[in-house]
Design a protein around this ligand. Sequence first.
Ligand code: KG4
Ligand code: ZN
Length: 336
Amino acid sequence: MKNKNIILGIETSCDDTAAAVLKDGCKVLSNIVATQAELHADFGGIVPEVASRRHIELINLVIAQALKRANLDFKDLQAVGVTCGPGLIGSLLIGLASAKSISYSLNIPLIGVNHVISHIYANFIENPDIKRPFISLVASGGHTSIYILKENDEFEILGSTLDDAAGEVLDKIARFLKLGYPGGPAIEEISIKGNANTYKLPRPMLEKGLDFSFSGLKTAVIYMVRKDKSLLSKEKLPDLAASFQKAIIDVLVKKTLRAALRYEVLTIVLAGGVSSNSYLRSEMKKIAKFRGINVIYPSKEYCTDNAAMVACLAFNKLKKGQISKLDIDAYSQIYM
Ligand code: KG4
Ligand code: ZN
């Protein structure tokens, strides 16, 4: 007799090999993430071919570890959820092949999920009762978008980046400033010692709509440093990093608030790797509070890529009967 509501989640969209076991959609029995950050650090960013080869080496070990931590066996699983996209095709295919094999051999449902939406669902792990409608900012290495999740659980994309994602710009500038990879946490750490009001940097499209554009800000920082190399000194670098981080976060916060006001919603939900940033969290809360808007975000372990969020969304889809066929494919770009 199978345990009820036990779901295995698998996530391999980028450079983390992750598996998690959840009960009832929000009780995390295990959450294993094997990060490849060190492997890619020398390159200053992710090398897709290296990432997929590493997923192959890790995937079975990570799934076995997730089951062991949960004190369960394959036969206890009711369903398997897996990220289908968007992401790196080679990486996605490894997770997808594993999930299909498990589904086929155990004769349990396979549920393909959208990675970006699963980032939003990470919030339901610790706050299963979040009231819809809400506005969600998803800011990660690959995506920066604002969504509305409606009362009927449908979602709509309200705005997106026209060029680089917020995390991507943080990673690129951190590499340029030789601060290491991933860039977001490195910039956050050095910014603590800096004064964010020291350098005037552009806030692209701040006053316009709900779309984002960060490439102009990236270029501005690069030009500034090329003109004045002393900005890389131990004394000035924290001020530059803090000013840069503030420029990005000002834009994220202002646009998310604009969406909440425009759609008259009282809850903002932060998601994706960048939402682990303490400055983003506190600024969003501070500004939203003035308007009586509540701000929710996941614990840091559920902000960056993980499989608990995949199992959480898969559980929701299973309840609605949204089961995938065995021939589902991986996809690199966003589609719903
Ligand atoms: O969600 P995620 O793990 O992967 C993607 O789906 O892309 O996000 C990774 C991104 C990276 O760009 C990383 O630099 C950024 O999230 N990040 C942060 C922080 N932690 C991770 N950005 C700002 N502050 C942080 N503390
Ligand atoms: Zn992600």
